[in-house]
Structure formats: C-alpha cells, structure tokens
Design a protein around this ligand. Sequence first.
Ligand SMILES: Nc1ncnc2c1ncn2[C@@H]1O[C@H](COP(=O)(O)OP(=O)(O)OP(=O)(O)O)[C@@H](O)[C@H]1O
Length: 340
Amino acid sequence: MSDLKPFLETKDLAIGYKTKRTERIISKTLNLTLKPGQLVCLLGSNGSGKSTLMRTIAGLQPALEGVVYIGQQPLAGLKSAELAQKLSLVLTERVEAGNLTALEVITLGRTPYTGWLGALSKIDHDKINEAIWLANVEDLINRKIHQLSDGERQKVMLARALAQDTELILLDEPTAHLDLPNRVEMMRLLHTLARQTEKAILLSTHELDLALQAADILWLMKQDGALATGVPEDLVLNGAFESAFAKSGFFFNKSSGTFNIYQDVCTHSISLSGDAILTFWTGRALQREGFGITDDVHAMFKVHCDREGETAVWQIKSPLHGSKYFNIADLVLGIKSHSK
Ligand SMILES: Nc1ncnc2c1ncn2[C@@H]1O[C@H](COP(=O)(O)OP(=O)(O)OP(=O)(O)O)[C@@H](O)[C@H]1O
C-alpha cells in the first residue's frame, strides 16, 4: 500500500480564516498524504479545526498557504466538474432533498458524469446499483429522504458518494446522530469499503474508541494547532493521543484503550487476577469507588475472580484470605468496610 501514489497530498498547507484586516491560522505546515485503500480518521477536540481542514481539502474554503493536491493535481486548478469526479463529500447536516426518494438522491451522485439532465447509461446504472449494495441500503431506496431516520439518511448519503465513484471520499462526522450499533456498523462499513474498493476515505469523528479500532491512520489535531499523524497504536504509545484530548477530569487508560473518569492512581490499590471478563468489570466498579487497580505485589488487596460452573465468585486473597462474594456489589462493600 505504501508504494501507491496518494490520492490526496498537502504541501505546507495552512488552514484558517482571513478577512480584509485579520488572518486567523488554525493550523499550518500540514504535510499530509492519503493513499488508496486507507481509512483515515481525523480526530480532535471541539474547535481544534477538523471541519476547517475538511472544508479546505474539499475546496469549500481557500488554503491560507501551501497547496492541496488531489490526484497529483493542485486543487485550486481543478474545475468543479473535474473535482466532482475525484472527490465526494458527505456532510452531517440534513440535506434539502425536497420530496426526492433515496434512489433519486443516490442517482444524483452520477451528475458529474451525466450533467443535470443527462440520461443514465448502463455504466451509471451499474454504479448506482453497486453503491446501493455496498452501502447496504436496498430496503430504503423507495422511501422519501425526509421520511428517513438520521442513521438511514446517513447511509443513503454514503451511497450517493459511492455512486459518484470518486477515488477520495470525505465524510464530516458520519457517525453523529447514530446510536451505538449504527455507529459501529458505519465504521465497519467504511473500513471494509476502503479495503474492498481501494478508495481513500477520510472522516472526521469524535468517536475515539471506534477510530482507534477502525482507522489505518489517525490525523490528530492537537490543541496547540499541531497535527500528529500515524498508526493509532503508535499515537497511543507515544502519548500523542492522550495529549490531544488532555483535559482535567478524565484519564486515558493505555491498558484498555479507553478514557476513564477515574484515575488509576490512589492510596488504596487492588490487584485483580483470574477470569479476564470478570477482572475487567470488577476493575471498572472498583475504580468508580476510588480504588486503584495495579499489578503491584504490594497491593493493599488481592482479589481473585473466577467461575465455579455458572457462578461467578470473587475471593479476597489478602489481607483477609477466604472472604468470598458472589456479585460485585457485595465485593465492593466488603473491600470498603475493610479499607476504612
Ligand atoms: N467562519 C469562521 N470564521 C472564523 N473562525 C472560524 C470560522 N469557523 C470556525 N472558526 C473557528 O475555527 C476554529 C476551528 O473550528 P472548526 O469548526 O474547524 O473546529 P472542529 O474541530 O470542527 O470543531 P467541532 O468538533 O466542535 O465541530 C474554532 O476556533 C472556530 O471558532
């Protein structure tokens, strides 16, 4: 994959806002690449500049400095019809689709090839059918767009972008408004699409957890305007991921890959052993109560969790060897009463 020419490249790009009298640079010296088959997630806290970068790459607002190349051609030199054959953009906002059906909206994705009034060729029909199949919206195509749920409409807009058949697809917060199963489905769909179709997909999202799992590469907008890029796991291990979202009140747990409201370090530490699922959920409950989870042999309490047949059993091994509990609530009460 790394030898392939990028579909998108930026050279010393600066993004931001300019009026006659003022210039506000949000981020600069951006040298980014997006290659065929890659799913890149653009992350950053509120106001860090994700939409500004998306809009600049999509040609909706001018670069303050530097160049955006789309398929090796400078974006500024592309006519809008040429750009529409190379790049499609899916926005989160509700689309004004009047009384159109989902199929009619998806068909609009072919406009860059047919013109507004152009008749559809066999290729157009094939691309539309393929897009419907890839986005898994067969059941929705005869429904009116304004009658669809947010999640359904989001998938139809993705199908429209697929019908547009561009090398590069940009999606601004495609998982906003979706419930958890639909967020997971959308991310999985985009990941599979990048692999299957060799398209390059860039999406902005606040779904840190899903992005860590699904993205090939993260673009991480930091609070100082710098942008860190890399494989998600590298950005976790070198601390860039955590620092991009640093805020008092929550903590990134490198062991679980999740943000916690409770910090791991505290005066009463507990080591957990045994069944992996039981230790995970037990750790969550104990952290909420202010205990720290540790591997340290000097932990104040040692708890072993296991299953005896169908029954989950928690046993305090130290300091009160022998105390047994059959649910987390009682275990927490037991530990609290002994830690006073
Ligand atoms: N039209 C504008 N003129 C001037 N500044 C703007 C304009 N639009 C956005 N900004 C500022 O640019 C910065 C980046 O905004 P942007 O919308 O790109 O952030 P974002 O990362 O997409 O945020 P969010 O996660 O909240 O959607 C913010 O400080 C914002 O106030």
